[in-house]
Design a binder for this molecule. Structure first.
Ligand SMILES: [Zn+2]
Length: 425
């Protein structure tokens, strides 16, 4: 009997064994010609050894996580293709170890502290507590249920009736932990800040914030694989997960003017768009929030990491959207205010032309299908003058990241108001 119990325990724990990234190296690779581009695109789509943190862009940089058993292969192809490479992170696991140590140190307090990353249960408990503390002006709605049955929750703040609204969605890509940590930081600021300029942000504006748009993926990234990006629905005999940020209906899986699809039809790919558009429970949850509040919403933002970008539509085409000048001017206000905090410079512009083709994204859908006039993706800190960390941004940088993003949002909202949005003149 004891043996059986031991065996059962062994199988249970074997099933939950956590992926390790010892001596995995992150390289930045310059892609300067068509041969290099095509080779990298092929690897991005087909290799299950290399992980492209930043995808291959012609005349741009890719960031590629290289496991130790691929060091030699990576050296060979770099030489064959005459690609310039730069070592960015020497041992990815050491960053994950530091991140876990910060979580262990916090266990005694059980609250979110923005000095470490919370579990989903901790984030939800904190949201519940904030709702109890601010019950007259806050609300929590379950807008959907994830594939594995977890509630997808929207936290609302409203201090009056008839306000225009802002919708924020975070952590749809599960490994981008800084995005949900920044979302909870923002909620805390909106409710507890004594700074009158921050108090003003919620005085006449309603907020709907989904801190964890992909709860299954987030938990999986904590318990099994820190690098997990997609949802957790089985999509083929071999693979799990859809990239929910490629699954939205507006111009889903279309090619742009260069022929780029901006998503993948391969189930095992990290940018798999789904078998059909709007196929995922997580996508439908966000859609239900848009259906309910889209018409009263002027500003939508999707929180991501990393790369220091503020991107507006379109992702699916290189053409500019109708109110491009407005989107740019609101974006520049964000960039300038953010840079004034710590000197970090975001690139601002249309998603397709500043970064790369991406179809079926939340911001394209919010703008195109729901008519939300100001729609953005924020790509927060990861690699930069403060150090190189990829998706594992150290807990000590949660606050600096959140502080500069909130400063950017403040300026962005003021500029939007000046232009007549969000109840402005
Ligand atoms: Zn992302």
């Amino acid at each position: 009997m004891k043996l059986l119990i031991c065996l059962a325990f062994f199988f249970l724990s074997a099933g939950a064994e956590k992926a390790r990234f010892d001596n995995y190296r992150l390289y930045s690779v310059s892609i300067e010609n068509q041969d290099q581009y095509e080779a990298m695109k092929y690897l991005e789509e087909h290799s299950d050894s290399y992980d492209f943190f930043e995808p291959a862009i012609l005349n741009g940089e890719a960031e590629i996580l290289v496991p130790p058993h691929m060091y030699a292969h990576f050296d060979e192809i770099s030489q064959n293709l005459k690609m310039k490479t730069k070592l960015v992170i020497n041992n990815y696991q050491s960053l994950i170890d530091e991140e876990e140590a910060a979580i262990r140190r916090r266990k005694a307090t059980a609250f979110i502290d923005w000095d470490s990353y919370g579990t989903l249960a901790e984030i939800n408990a904190w949201l519940d507590e904030m709702h109890v503390r601010f019950s007259t002006i806050t609300n929590i709605r379950t807008v959907g249920t994830s594939h594995e049955g977890r509630p997808i929750r929207s936290f609302s703040i409203s201090r009056g009736s008839g306000n225009r609204a802002i919708i924020i969605e975070a952590n749809i890509h599960s490994r981008e932990w800084i995005s949900s940590a920044t979302a909870t930081y923002l909620i805390n600021e909106l409710l507890t800040s004594t700074d009158p300029t921050i108090q003003a942000l919620s005085a006449n504006i309603d907020w709907h914030i989904i801190t964890n748009a992909n709860p299954d993926g987030y938990e999986f990234s904590r318990t099994n694989n820190r690098n997990w990006r997609k949802t957790r629905a089985p999509v083929s005999a071999l693979c799990f997960g859809v990239d929910a940020n490629r699954n939205f209906g507006y111009n889903w899986l279309v090619r742009d003017e260069t022929g780029s699809l901006g998503a993948s039809t391969t189930p095992c790919s990290d940018t798999f768009a789904g078998a059909t558009s709007m196929s995922e429970a997580e996508t439908l949850a966000i859609e239900s929030l848009f259906t309910q509040y889209g018409r009263s919403t002027d500003l939508f933002i999707s929180f991501h990491s990393y790369g220091h970008y503020l991107l507006h539509p379109w992702g699916h085409t290189r053409n500019m959207p109708p109110n491009n000048a407005t989107l740019l001017s609101v974006g520049v206000a964000f960039r300038d205010a953010l840079r004034a905090v710590d000197g970090i410079n975001y690139a601002v512009g249309s998603s397709n032309t500043v970064l790369y083709a991406a179809s079926g994204t939340t911001p394209d859908h919010a703008y195109g299908a729901h008519g939300i006039p100001l729609s953005y993706t924020v790509e927060m800190r990861g690699n930069g003058v403060y150090g190189n960390f990829g998706f594992v941004l150290p807990p000590s940088l949660i606050r600096p990241n959140a502080i500069e993003v909130v400063a950017g949002l403040k300026a962005m909202i003021n500029e939007a108001k000046r232009l007549g949005y969000l109840g402005g003149p």
